[in-house]
Ligand binder design. Structure first.
Ligand SMILES: Nc1nc2c(ncn2[C@@H]2O[C@H](COP(=O)(O)OP(=O)(O)O)[C@@H](O)[C@H]2O)c(=O)[nH]1
Ligand SMILES: [Mg+2]
Length: 316
C-alpha cells in the first residue's frame, strides 16, 4: 500500500492534506495512490452544495457544519469556489466561528487549487472527496458554484446534490438554462427571510410538474443561514435521500452510471496524458504545431495512430 494511504488509514491529518495535494497533480503515482485510497474507503455520505455566487452556500455549509458536529458527526468540506471564505475570506463577518472549526479535529476543510484546467479541477475534487472518505469522515460537503460543465461533472460523483436558490434573484432561469435543475436532489431556498419565497416555490413546483422526475421527488427546503434556521429539516431531507439511494433500485442505477462515467473519464485522461507527453517531447511535432496552416485533423489522426503503434510495441 502507498505509505500515504497507510497513514490516512491511521487518521494522520497531515497525510490527508499531502494526499490531496498529490491528487491535484497527475501521473502514475497518483493512480496508484488513489487505488489504495479507494480500497480503504468507508462510504461517507457525499453531499454537493451548488448554486449561484452569493446564494449563501458557504454560510449554509458553515451552519450545517456546526449542526452536524452537534450530532457527533465528523465532517470534511471540499470547497471548489475560489471566492469561498473557507479559503480565507470573511464569513458572516464571523471569523471566530470559522476558526473554531479549524481547530476541531472532527472537521477538515480544504479549498481546491484552481490552477490548471477546469476538467483537471473536477477530477482532483473527486479524488479529494475519496481521500476524505478513506480517512473516515462521516460526511463530506462539497461547495461548488453551479455555473459550468466542470461543476456538473463534480456533481456526478456526489451522492446527494443540494441546489441553493434565493427568492427574487432570478437565478432559477439561468440555472435552468445551464441544465443544473436536473441534477438537484434537493431544492434549498436559502435567504427565506427575504420576500418572494412563495413565488419561487411555485416556480419549482411547476418545474417538477413538467420534468416529472422518476423515483425520487426533490423536496423543497427553506433555510435562513444568517439566522441558523432550517438546518434540522435540511439534514432530515439529505438523510432521506441517502436512504433512498441505498434502498432502491434507482439508487443502485445511479451509482452504476457514476461508476461507468468515472472509468471512462479515467481512461480518457490516461490516454490524453500519454499522447500529450509524446507530442511534447518530440521536436518535430512541436515544429509542426508552429505551422499556422497545418491541418489539425491530419495531425491528430497521424499522431494518435503513431501512439497506438508504439503502445502495441511496448506490449510485445
Ligand atoms: N438575508 C440573508 N442573507 C444571507 C443568508 N445566507 C447568506 N446570506 C448572505 O449572502 C451573502 C453571500 O453568502 P455566501 O455564503 O458567501 O454565498 P456563496 O457565494 O453562495 O457561498 C453574504 O453576505 C451572506 O451574509 C440568508 O439566509 N439570508
Ligand atoms: Mg462560497
Amino acid at each position: 500500500m502507498h505509505p500515504l494511504a497507510e497513514r490516512i488509514q491511521k487518521q494522520d491529518m497531515r497525510a490527508l492534506a499531502r494526499a490531496i495535494s498529490l491528487a491535484e497533480g497527475e501521473g502514475e503515482e497518483k493512480l496508484k495512490l488513489m487505488s489504495d485510497i479507494f480500497s480503504i474507503k468507508k462510504n461517507a455520505h457525499y453531499i454537493g452544495i451548488t448554486g449561484s455566487p452569493g446564494a449563501g452556500k458557504s454560510s449554509l455549509i458553515n451552519r450545517l457544519l456546526t449542526y452536524l458536529r452537534s450530532q457527533d458527526l465528523t465532517v470534511a468540506v471540499v470547497a471548489v469556489d475560489p471566492t469561498s471564505p473557507f479559503s480565507g475570506g470573511s464569513l458572516l463577518g464571523d471569523r471566530t466561528r470559522m476558526n473554531q472549526h479549524f481547530t476541531d479535529p472532527g472537521i477538515f476543510i480544504r479549498s481546491m487549487a484552481t490552477r490548471g484546467s477546469l476538467g483537471g479541477l473536477a477530477r482532483a475534487t473527486k479524488d479529494a472527496i475519496r481521500v476524505c472518505d478513506a480517512y473516515g469522515f462521516d460526511i463530506i460537503l462539497v461547495e461548488t458554484v453551479g455555473v459550468g460543465q466542470s461543476e456538473l461533472d463534480i456533481m456526478k460523483v456526489v451522492d446527494t446534490t443540494g441546489l441553493v436558490l434565493t427568492p427574487n434573484s432570478g437565478d432559477v432561469l439561468q440555472i435552468f438554462k445551464a441544465g443544473i435543475m436536473e441534477i438537484a436532489d434537493l431544492f434549498i431556498i436559502n435567504k427565506a427571510d427575504l420576500p418572494g419565497v412563495e413565488k419561487l416555490k411555485t416556480t419549482l413546483e411547476e418545474y417538477m410538474m413538467i420534468a416529472q422526475p422518476k423515483g425520487w421527488q426533490p423536496p423543497i427546503v427553506e433555510t435562513i443561514s444568517t439566522e441558523n434556521a432550517g438546518m434540522d429539516t435540511l439534514w432530515n431531507e439529505l438523510n432521506r435521500h441517502r436512504d433512498y439511494l441505498w434502498n432502491t433500485a434507482q439508487g443502485e442505477k445511479q451509482r452504476n452510471q457514476q461508476l461507468k462515467l468515472e472509468v471512462y473519464e479515467l481512461i480518457r485522461e490516461e490516454i490524453w496524458r500519454s499522447v500529450q507527453a509524446e507530442v511534447e517531447k518530440d521536436p518535430e511535432k512541436q515544429q509542426a504545431l508552429k505551422e499556422v496552416d497545418a491541418d489539425p485533423y491530419q495531425l491528430a489522426r497521424e499522431w494518435f495512430q503513431q501512439w497506438i503503434r508504439r503502445e502495441n510495441d511496448h506490449g510485445e
